[in-house]
Design a protein around this ligand. Structure first.
Ligand SMILES: [Zn+2]
Length: 229
C-alpha cells in the first residue's frame, strides 16, 4: 500500500502511511463546511499535528479524538497546555518548538516556522518524514518567506500542502512563487473556498504555478479525495 494523503477540507489532512500509521493535521472536523466526514467516522489515529490554535485549525474535536484513539498530539508547548486544560491527558501530548524533531510511531516530525498569528505560542508548519522516507510539508497558515528555500534544500519534499486562499495566508501568486523555493515533487493547494472571503477555487494557483514552477505538478483535490506519494 502506498502512502496516501486525503484532504478533509480547509487545512485538515489525513495521512495514512505504508506502515499503517494515521496522521491527522489540523483536524477541524466539526464545523468545517468542507469536511466530508464526522469525527466519529475518523477511525484509527496515531498522531495529530496542530499548526496553531485558531478555530479553523485546532477545532474542538481533539479531546474526543484522543479519547477514542489514544493518539499523540504534537504542537507548541503553549498550545499543548491549552489542550491539556481541555482534557487531553499529558501523556498524549508532545510539546516541541521550531527547528526540533520528534519521532512518534516511527514518523519523524520537524516543526518549521510560519508567518501568521496565534493566541498561544506561534503559528508553525511541519515537515513529516514517513517510515519509507517520503516527506510531506504542511505549511500551516503563512505568507511566503525566503527560508522556504532552505527547507527545500534541507528536506527533499515529495508533497507540499500549501495554503492559497489569500486574506489570512499566501495568495495564489505567493503560493506559486513558493514552489520555486520549496521545489516539492508535487503540490496540493489547501485553505481556500471555505469562507466567502477566501479565494474560491484553485484555478489561478494552477495557472500561476504552471508559469512560475512548471516542473511541479499541481494536484487539485476535492474534500474527501486523496493522492498517493
Ligand atoms: Zn487558517
Amino acid at each position: 500500500m502506498p502512502n496516501s494523503v486525503k484532504w478533509l477540507g480547509h487545512a485538515a489532512c489525513q495521512v495514512t502511511t505504508t506502515g499503517g500509521c494515521v496522521i491527522l493535521i489540523d483536524p477541524w472536523i466539526t464545523g468545517n463546511p468542507g469536511c466530508p466526514v464526522k469525527k466519529e467516522d475518523i477511525g484509527k489515529v496515531d498522531i495529530i499535528l496542530v499548526t496553531h490554535d485558531h478555530f479553523d485549525h485546532m477545532g474542538t474535536d481533539i479531546p474526543d479524538l484522543v479519547r477514542a484513539t489514544g493518539a499523540k498530539v504534537i504542537g507548541q508547548p503553549e498550545l499543548v497546555g491549552i489542550l491539556q486544560e481541555a482534557g487531553v491527558p499529558a501523556e498524549n501530548t508532545v510539546g516541541m518548538n521550531i527547528g526540533g524533531q520528534v519521532e512518534v510511531a516511527g514518523i519523524k516530525v520537524t516543526m518549521t516556522q510560519a508567518f501568521h498569528s496565534a493566541t498561544a505560542g506561534d503559528a508553525v508548519g511541519y515537515i513529516i518524514t514517513l517510515e519509507d522516507g517520503k516527506t510531506i510539508y504542511h505549511a500551516g497558515d503563512t505568507g511566503i518567506f525566503a527560508s522556504m528555500e532552505l527547507l527545500g534544500r534541507i528536506y527533499s519534499i515529495d508533497l507540499a500542502l500549501l495554503p492559497i486562499g489569500s486574506v489570512y495566508v499566501m495568495d495564489p501568486l505567493q503560493a506559486a512563487y513558493s514552489l520555486t523555493l520549496l521545489k516539492p515533487g508535487k503540490v496540493v493547494p489547501i485553505h481556500y473556498g471555505t469562507f466567502p472571503v477566501l479565494v474560491q477555487d484553485a484555478g489561478e494557483f494552477v495557472k500561476l504555478a504552471g508559469e512560475k514552477a512548471p516542473g511541479v505538478p499541481v494536484e487539485v483535490l476535492k474534500p474527501g479525495q486523496e493522492i498517493v506519494i
